[in-house]
Design a protein around this ligand. Sequence first.
Ligand code: NDP
Ligand code: 8X3
Length: 250
Amino acid sequence: MTQKTAFITGTTAGIGAAAARRFTSEGWRVIGTGRRRERLDALAGELGEAFHPLELDVRDLKAMEAAVDALPEGFRDIDLLLNNAGLAPPLATVQESELPASLQAIDTNITALVALTRKLLPGLIARKGAVINLSSVAATYPYRGGAVYGGTKAFVRQFSLDLRADLHGTGVRVTSIEPGMIETEFTLVRNGGDQAASDALYAGIDAMTAEDTAEVLHWVATLPSHVNVNALELMPVNQSFAGFAVARPS
Ligand code: NDP
Ligand code: 8X3
């Protein structure tokens, strides 16, 4: 079997790091991005020659395109784009939210994802590759304080489905992965580095792990090439649904 190559954004933590480990352990080459150089170096030390680190803020579209154009021999033929880098602004109603945090999430979760996908599509079409996008249950189930995050993930879900239509007949597969609670640095970032708040959210619920998610991502990527998973929703058993909120103004 010829060695395949995955381009994974956000490999310095959480799902992306676990996916980089999982795909390289299965014989793939992985290009992994992130802003934190020391974490990329540590991962490169761990994974060896199969891993090509790219220190990159995905919101810097020019730098991202230049980095793709400068990929070394052996990492140019990309079979899988895993759009994983992303974050949530702090939980806040829109009326109480800070605009810069919202814009950061929109730029990262939407703009960068669209730009990188567009950049890599010619090669993915030529190789009949695949695109897997990290959406979220927040794309489908609204919750108070999550409008911008949920909005970005609804975009990712719909973009994935429409991209399938654009790629009709090319053999390129596209999947929207829509998980619930996975214990990563996601909540730490959302809460501005408050480890206690993150620990409290995940305490006692047996949340999904980054490795659980990497298992699903690898499964989707290695299904027979005539099978397309359009969208896949996942939750830990201990997370489900709440009812509608009803106000009774007096
Ligand atoms: P983590 O915070 O653990 O990891 C996020 C990764 O994204 C890091 O590697 C970070 O790298 C990278 N990243 C963030 N912003 C940028 C940027 N501007 N440029 C480059 N890289 C960036 O979170 P998760 O692993 O949990 O999240 C991964 C994806 O999964 C996200 O899209 C998230 O929305 C989604 N998701 C997460 C869920 C969860 O419960 N954890 C549930 C559903 C979806 P660095 O900071 O080094 O740049
Ligand atoms: C985040 C999923 O369930 O933590 O994408 O809001 S959840």
